[in-house]
Design a protein around this ligand. Structure first.
Ligand SMILES: Cc1cc2nc3c(=O)[nH]c(=O)nc-3n(C[C@H](O)[C@H](O)[C@H](O)COP(=O)(O)OP(=O)(O)OC[C@H]3O[C@@H](n4cnc5c(N)ncnc54)[C@H](O)[C@@H]3O)c2cc1C
Length: 381
């Protein structure tokens, strides 16, 4: 077993770290306050290859492996949670299912502009009555000649406010439960499409989360992603891959919080000495480090398994569960190390604490990850 990263992976980390340090870290507070995305910056991420990291070069991507993707998201996660989420959803929830289930024609049409940042993608599964129970979706797509007619209301769509293309799950056969779901690619300029309410949230202020409305929207059959009735499979593969990205994002958030807590503990003096000399502060720092280091191994292992073509769904769930709960813990402890200052907007850990919370919710809650893990344990015991 070799735990060292290749020179190529180290070089990718360096590129992503420099980008995050120069372009995201100095502006993350501004993004949080204004809730504005900097699209020029997102396009720069496209130029750097971050918008199609695992997409083969023939489709305009960077042609890298999942571990590279994980490393990039970890570094972007240090910088800005909103922009990291935009990139994660774009890669894992749009480019990845396109690669796995798209026809050659679809890949050639959608992937190049997605990878360059000329166009944006999003993924729309959740509905008011279907969150964890994704098979309960009520949106319908009814065949009509060469088309399907889509009707339904979706919620919680990351990138939905500005995406050009949206992967939408709808029931094509209500009698078949999860087997009756089909995935479609919707273009935002199609009549019958509209963006609804934009949610106000605890964090991720520059990553809009929106309602999408589909009213008698006509979709050519060529816009089906995968096969009719394969939509649940498309959704699960997207979420499995997305769970690795949420794990990576969690590493970045926590890494930044630990860095800030360490720095502050060496600068802040009480009782005539730096607080880092107090053993209880040292215990906080050591606990934060241990959980972060353990989570990193799980996230990297899940990435490695995916790259090797091994079954990775349970590993992705494990990595996501442990890393997201770790990020909540580490950002919480970081506030403790900073004392009252940690609670103030002027200190970055306050924002990191808010941003970390969502990692336990999206792409499947912690409870759902536990269900996935326990089912696999029971099946193989
Ligand atoms: C910022 C943000 C961005 C998002 N982006 C997207 C996106 O791009 N696309 C998209 O489709 N969705 C997106 N989501 C939706 C997200 O995936 C759902 O919020 C999540 O799956 C949980 O669904 P829910 O909120 O309806 O909670 P519910 O399913 O109603 O769950 C409520 C509680 O019950 C628990 N629970 C539910 N079922 C079980 C069970 N069987 N056993 C034990 N406990 C259970 C849950 O764990 C949770 O604690 C996003 C959400 C957020 C907050």
């Amino acid at each position: 077993m070799d735990f060292s990263l290749s020179e190529e992976h180290e070089a990718i980390r360096q590129v992503a770290r420099e980008f995050a340090e120069k372009k995201l870290v100095p502006r993350a507070g501004e993004f949080d306050r204004t809730g504005q995305i900097d699209f020029a910056l997102v396009r720069e991420m496209g130029e750097a290859g971050f918008l199609g990291i695992t997409v083969p070069e023939q489709y305009g991507g960077a042609g890298l492996d999942t571990l590279s993707y994980t490393i990039v998201l970890e570094e972007l996660g240090h910088g800005c949670a909103s922009h990291c989420t935009i990139v994660g959803a774009h890669n894992s929830l749009f480019a990845h299912p396109l690669l796995c289930f798209g026809t050659e024609e679809q890949k050639r049409f959608y992937l190049p502009p997605i990878c360059s940042g000329e166009k944006f993608g999003s993924f729309s599964l959740s509905e008011p009555n279907a969150g964890s129970d994704a098979a309960a979706i009520e949106a319908t797509a009814v065949p009509d000649g060469d088309h399907f007619v889509l009707n339904g209301n979706k919620i919680f769509v990351t990138n939905g406010a500005f995406a050009d293309y949206i992967i939408v799950m709808a029931k094509t056969d209500k009698s078949q439960g999860w087997r009756g779901i089909t995935a479609f690619i919707v273009h935002k300029d199609t009549p019958g499409f509209s963006v609804g309410h934009i949610e106000e949230k605890l964090g991720l202020h520059a990553s809009p989360t929106t309602e999408l409305i589909f009213q008698d929207l006509r979709l050519p059959k060529t816009n089906i992603l995968g096969k009719v009735g394969e939509g649940f499979k498309v959704a699960m593969e997207s979420l499995n891959s997305g769970r690795i990205s949420v794990g990576a994002h969690s590493l970045g958030l926590a890494g930044r919080a630990l860095y800030l807590a360490l720095k502050y503990s060496k600068e802040r003096k009480q009782f005539g000495q730096p607080i880092s000399s107090f053993q209880m502060i040292q215990a906080h720092l050591a606990n934060m480090h241990c959980r972060l280091a353990a989570s990193r191994l799980l996230v990297y292992e899940a990435s490695w398994r995916k790259d090797k073509g091994l079954d990775y769904a349970t590993h992705a769930a494990t990595a996501k569960l442990v890393a997201s709960e770790m990020a909540t813990y580490v950002t919480h402890r970081a506030i403790q190390v900073l004392g009252g200052y940690g609670y103030l907007r002027d200190y970055e850990v306050e924002r990191l604490y808010r941003e970390a919370r969502v990692t336990e919710l999206y792409e499947g809650t912690s409870e759902i990850q536990r269900l996935v893990i326990a089912r696999d344990l029971i099946k193989h015991s």
